[in-house]
Design a protein around this ligand. Structure first.
Ligand SMILES: [Zn+2]
Ligand SMILES: [Zn+2]
Length: 370
């Protein structure tokens, strides 16, 4: 049998174009799964790397890298010992799957506290160059090598690729995030930024029982999509141009109290002071978007103390959040336009154009289709 090969859109660092390169697809070790990619989204984190705001070279990681982690695909080969998905369903080549893109160790202090998202020993995809086997450790290639021990779920046939391509990053992230924030029935949620994370968070907040969801963005297509995902109020940055006006608007909508949960999903620290000011007493500020070390903002800690307010940071999520994300899409597939989050698809060979489009905000989510 001739060995299978596949392309990877290799990344050599910020400011450099991706280049397609052919690699051998390895045989799966016991417990691993080889997946043929069918859709890979350009997530905000990928953009931060592409722009150089988050450069893995600063952490001593080598180039070239394969970027991308928000994806779905079809099983082509199962390693020894894999016969079921994480929900216990039988698994076979040809099955469509979503999976967690990081692998907590299971035995460190964080894992023992069942907060595996904080595992410092998690195997993730940016630690090695894609020149090293198993090569296909990111999303922007023809294949993906799912390592042993992954949380992996079969996707029901009625869910299309665009509906579920965002499940294993953005959607699971906000599913976990709003639970971390302790969202209660009837509470008011403010969402800063209506990209993929923001529109997903809108639907998740509604489904978790939020009384009112207020979404802030300045791009008409995104605001319109947020409305389709259940937003009760839209705050348009082009109309309310300064932070004071936007804070006043949120206070007005909440009878002077402020929001119970504010989600930072815009990914820039300039939005944080205003988001914090929107928090009512006992409010929780959920920080997910700002992944770039060194970018800061000013904070008056007494605002937290005197209002009993909390700031919560969250990276990654628990495996159950991915299961919940998939269940949510399946259950509400006709209620929300899940497939519209992927607004534009590009063939893998147009990855540079896909990143430019995402960078310029011309798309909600750009997706690459090998
Ligand atoms: Zn992501
Ligand atoms: Zn661990």
């Amino acid at each position: 049998m001739t060995q299978r090969t596949g392309r990877i859109a290799t990344f050599y660092g910020p400011g450099k174009p991706f280049a397609l390169k052919e690699y051998p697809v390895p045989e799966p070790e016991p417990g691993a799964v080889i997946v043929k990619m069918s859709m890979a989204n350009v997530c905000g984190s990928d953009l931060h790397q592409w722009r150089g705001e988050f450069d893995v070279a600063k952490f001593g990681r080598p180039y070239p890298q394969v970027l991308g982690h928000e994806m779905t695909g079809t099983v082509v080969e199962l390693g020894a010992g894999v016969s079921r998905d994480s929900a216990g369903r039988e698994l076979a080549p040809g099955d469509r799957v979503v999976f967690r893109y990081f692998y907590p160790c299971g035995r460190c202090r964080a894992c023992l506290k069942r907060i595996s998202r904080a595992c410092p020993f998690a195997r993730a995809y940016l630690t090695h160059s894609c020149d090293e086997p198993p090569h296909f450790v990111g999303a922007f290639g023809d294949y993906h090598y799912v390592q042993p021990g992954a949380a992996l779920f079969k996707v029901p046939d009625e869910l299309s690729d665009p509906m579920i391509a965002g499940a294993n990053c953005a959607l699971a992230q906000v599913v976990g995030g709003l639970q971390l924030a302790g969202l209660r029935l009837g509470e008011t949620v403010v969402i800063q930024g209506a990209g993929g994370l923001g529109v997903y968070a809108t639907a998740v907040a509604k489904e978790m029982g939020a009384g009112r969801v207020i979404v802030i963005d300045g791009i008409p297509a995104r605001l319109e999509l947020a409305a389709a995902f259940g937003a009760d109020e839209l705050v348009d940055l082009r109309e309310l141009r300064d932070a004071d006006a936007r804070v006043a608007r949120v206070l007005e909508l909440t009878e002077g109290w402020g929001a119970d949960v504010v989600c930072e999903l815009a990914g820039h620290p300039r939005v944080c002071p205003e988001g914090l000011r929107m928090l009512g007493r006992t409010g929780r500020y959920l920080e997910i978007g700002n992944i770039n070390p060194g970018l800061t903002y000013e904070l008056d800690p007494s605002w937290l103390i005197f209002g009993n307010r909390l700031i919560l940071g969250m990276v990654y999520y628990e495996a159950e959040h991915l299961a919940q994300a998939l269940e949510l899409v399946a259950r509400t597939r006709t209620k929300y336009p899940w497939e519209r989050v992927v607004s534009h698809t590009f063939p893998l060979e147009q990855i540079n154009e896909a990143f430019r489009a995402a960078d310029e905000g011309r798309v909600t989510r750009a997706a690459l289709v090998p």
